[in-house]
Design a protein around this ligand. Structure first.
Ligand code: 5AD
Ligand code: FES
Length: 354
């Protein structure tokens, strides 16, 4: 298509916050007006959040996982991974370091690890909640029962990240073994919402067999869910997975999708992800300029970072928390934004109330 036609689509998305399925497909696949699209996305981001970038300290506390997702480096069938679990003490130390660096949100992320029973998860939540009452606890620990989600919430967790990965059933089947289902994934997300969490979902860009139509389904699903946070990043191959031979997603398409998400979900908290920073040296900065407003620096102990490899070439694996903080301060200001050390709750306006 002519660039002017693509610019018109970008403008229409900016004004109407939505497009037809066919128009969205065109925009997803055609980068002809990316500069215009990113310009609108940055404008909307600034209208809602100014120049602030929120930091979330990420603690990867276990790489044991009972699941076997075809894309993921820590899938249970990967025998080449040295498995680890952080102790309560190590987790608390990560929070202490993070807190002294200014972070007020901790994201506890891990594989689906049976060792971490609900009792242990709740112990961890209480411990952090009591030690850091000014902080928000976010969980990212996969599919659980509604009762479990309710228990974590009562104990003090307030946010939950669970990417839906793809909203198309057929595509879901190509990315996951039979024991996992899109239906249960969606059930989890709606249970989390009902329970009162601020919910984050998302998907990988350029995952094997993904089409523009699939991505439109992702956008439509998110319009129904109304998530507070939307995390997307490029798929990056990992040599010890069934998808070792597939191409990674591209920087360009991921940026385009960040911008589309910003225009469709003006209020959303959208991270410039580590995966985006891993496929290009300035991927995260470019993500911010395309509409992202969150960065999730790693707080995990340096010695385990190399073991939490969902994909290859992951950045920050030999740095520590304070090195990442300095690095990000420079990167965020070079992109023209400023760090906010507030808990950074979602800012919904009238029409955005989910
Ligand atoms: N490349 C990029 N992202 C991945 N994830 C898992 N494996 C990969 C990969 N190979 C993403 C999934 C998951 C999140 C924690 O990381 O979307 O939800
Ligand atoms: Fe970790 Fe740059 S953010 S080294």
């Amino acid at each position: 298509m002519e660039n002017t036609d693509m610019s018109k689509l970008a403008e229409k998305l900016y004004k109407e916050r939505d497009l037809s399925d066919a128009e969205l497909e065109m925009l997803i696949d055609d980068g002809g007006a990316d500069d215009v699209l990113f310009g609108y996305a940055d404008k909307v981001r600034r209208e809602n959040y100014g120049d602030e970038v929120y930091l979330r300290g990420l603690i990867e506390f276990t790489n044991y996982c009972r699941n076997d997702c075809y894309y993921c480096g820590i899938r249970r069938s990967n025998r080449n991974v040295e498995r680890y679990r952080l102790t309560q003490e190590q987790i608390l130390d990560c929070c202490k370091t993070g807190h002294s660096l200014g972070y007020r949100t901790f994201v506890l992320q891990g594989g689906e690890d049976a060792y971490f029973t609900d009792d242990r998860i709740c112990d961890m939540i209480s411990m952090i909640h009591e030690s850091f009452p000014d902080c928000v606890i976010t969980l990212s620990i996969g599919e659980k029962s509604r009762e479990s989600y309710e228990r974590y919430f009562r104990t003090g967790a307030r946010r939950y990240l669970l990417r839906h990965e793809t909203a198309d059933d057929e595509h879901y089947r190509k990315l996951h073994p039979d024991e996992l289902s899109l239906e249960n994934r969606k059930r989890c997300l709606f249970d989390l919402k009902d329970t009162g969490y601020q919910v984050g979902t998302g998907f990988m860009v350029g995952s094997p067999h993904q089409t523009a139509k699939n991505i439109v389904s992702d956008l439509r699903f998110m319009q129904k869910l109304n998530p507070d946070m939307i995390g997307i990043g490029p798929f990056i191959r990992h040599k010890d997975t069934p998808f070792a031979g597939y191409e990674s997603g591209t920087l360009e398409q991921t940026l385009r999708l960040i911008a589309i998400l910003r225009l469709m979900f003006p209020y959303a908290l959208i991270p410039a992800t580590t995966a985006l920073g891993s496929i290009h040296p300035t991927g995260r900065e470019q993500g911010l300029k395309a509409g992202a407003n969150v960065i999730m620096p790693n707080l995990s102990p340096t010695e385990v970072r190399e073991l939490y490899l969902l994909y290859e070439n992951k950045i920050c694996t030999s740095e520590n928390a304070s090195m990442c903080k300095g690095c990000l301060e420079r990167r965020i200001s070079s992109a023209g934004y400023s760090i906010s050390y507030s808990v950074g709750d979602v800012k919904r306006k009238g029409a955005d109330k989910g």
